[in-house]
Design a protein around this ligand. Structure first.
Ligand SMILES: Cc1cc2nc3c(=O)[nH]c(=O)nc-3n(C[C@H](O)[C@H](O)[C@H](O)COP(=O)(O)OP(=O)(O)OC[C@H]3O[C@@H](n4cnc5c(N)ncnc54)[C@H](O)[C@@H]3O)c2cc1C
Ligand code: SF4
Length: 423
């Protein structure tokens, strides 16, 4: 079944098209493969502590609402994680069935359940009784959205301050539409707004408002600003042919697949999942020659096998084990790391996908000498009213991991403020 789904995905050539997912009968076939293990390893391997064994059992009994309740207990962004979670690193890698004939397609089943939840407008989450306390959250990425949900369930008032015109962080401005449709992100955000979150758009904290102003109006402040600043290789600093991966992906998403300034021949540098999103997006937008040069050799690749296979199936040329040594306008020279070899590639455009870092300078907060990722004990900063979470704190930089960090910071604030014990 997994194989059939991959082929369906790759066959879709347009920029926006998402595969259709399971039907009732195919999801039952997949759920029937589950061994319903005791102390299920899949549950233990989920960073957000979701219990796939429990929701798959509900699906087998055709109790889709029960399955949705299990998913939402631990993950306010369950429909998003169903599409983008690197399950081969988490639940599916631990699945007992993997050793027999392949892991259960846990993400696919979760997607079916959350799609049904949306279609049937199920109301699963509820806000707690108001406790008179309020929390300001800076940033509406997955960390901010999950922290908001957990706090609202405990009765806190929540204001989210977001510098962009839309919520979602990299869910909205990074992950390509064919992997994560905008409608799904909008749906998840709207459910959190319906719970009571107030989102203040176009509010850059540090510019439009200061953290001190937020502290005056709220009992605690959460910094969940993510890694917004691109890393740049120094030799490309003043190069006019280059663009960062983040800028390109944001433009591709905003243009809804109608980018008109793309040349025939693009060189991409970098080999992580973000680089795979760039090369696949370029191909889906119709660029003929896409070459990706990667520092790592294939055996060391950081990108998920699925994303790498997807890029290769689209016809991207991937050259592994080379490092750039010099650049002159649109000509980049690379040297092999492990063999005596050099090559020069001429391209009409160069896209750099070499990582992101935090940009907290405007916030003027002390993140332990601005060490990022911030290694916060219990998500605390030196200021007792200010907490930090999401990608800016140490830990995996994935949506599901960030969801867990969002829950944990909310639990810590609740321990400090005692809001849920007020009633
Ligand atoms: C291209 C790309 C593809 C990815 N693909 C996947 C994937 O397939 N699976 C996966 O699990 N993970 C993926 N990730 C990683 C995942 O998106 C991040 O781990 C996650 O978004 C981090 O969440 P966050 O809330 O910490 O930060 P972000 O998502 O970065 O959100 C931070 C928010 O804070 C706002 N903000 C920043 N500064 C301020 C300020 N001063 N004032 C107000 N608002 C501010 C930003 O505008 C943004 O909305 C991908 C990332 C990228 C870039
Ligand atoms: S480990 Fe695999 S087979 Fe066992 S309960 Fe989880 S999904 Fe089912």
């Amino acid at each position: 079944m997994l194989f059939i789904k991959e082929v369906m995905k790759l066959a879709s050539s347009s920029y926006t098209k998402e595969d259709q997912g399971y039907t009732m009968s195919t999801v039952m076939q997949e759920a029937a493969r589950c061994l319903l293990c005791e102390d299920a390893p899949c549950s233990q391997a989920c960073p957000a502590h979701t219990n796939p064994a429990k929701f798959i059992r509900s699906v087998r009994f055709r109790n889709v609402k029960g399955a949705a309740e299990t998913i939402r207990e631990n993950n306010a962004l369950g429909a998003i994680c169903a599409r983008v979670c690197p399950t081969e690193r988490y639940c599916e890698s631990a699945c007992t069935r993997a050793k027999i004939d392949g892991p259960i397609d846990i993400a696919g089943i979760q997607r079916y359940v959350t799609d049904m939840e949306r279609k049937e407008n199920m109301q699963i989450l509820h806000a707690g009784k108001p406790n008179g306390l309020s929390v300001a959250i800076i940033g509406s990425g997955p960390a901010g959205l999950q922290a908001a949900t957990t706090l609202l369930q405990k009765g806190y008032a929540v204001d989210i301050y977001e510098k962009a015109p839309k919520a979602g962080g990299y869910l909205t401005y990074g992950i390509p539409e064919y992997r994560l449709p905008e409608t799904i992100v909008d749906y998840e955000v709207q459910r959190i707004v319906n719970l009571g979150a107030k989102i203040h758009y176009n509010q850059a904290i540090g510019k439009d408002l200061s953290i001190d102003e937020l502290k005056q109006g709220h009992d605690a402040v959460i910094v969940a600003v993510g890694l917004a600043k691109v890393k740049m290789l120094p030799m490309f600093e003043h190069n006019i042919c280059k663009e960062s991966a983040i800028s390109f992906l944001a433009r591709a998403k905003e243009s809804r697949g109608e980018l008109s300034d793309l040349p025939e021949n693009v060189l991409v540098i970098g080999g992580g999942d973000v680089a795979m999103d760039v090369v696949t997006t370029l191909k889906r937008l119709g660029v003929n020659h896409v070459t990706d040069v990667v520092y790592e050799e294939f055996k060391e690749f950081k990108a998920s096998k699925k994303e790498l296979a997807g890029a290769q199936a689209q016809g991207v040329t991937i050259v592994d084990g080379y490092v750039p040594t010099s650049v002159r306008q649109n000509k980049v020279t690379f040297k092999a790391r492990n063999i005596d070899s050099e090559m020069t590639i001429k391209a009409d455009k160069i896209i750099l996908a070499v990582g992101q870092q935090a940009d907290t300078a405007d916030l003027k907060i002390d993140l332990q000498h601005n060490e990022v990722p911030f290694r916060a004990a219990k998500y605390r900063t030196p200021d007792p009213k200010v907490f930090a979470t999401g990608d800016i704190v140490a830990g995996d930089q994935t949506v599901v991991y960030t969801v867990q960090k969002g829950k944990e910071v909310a639990e810590e604030i609740d321990r400090v403020l005692g809001g849920s014990s007020n009633d």
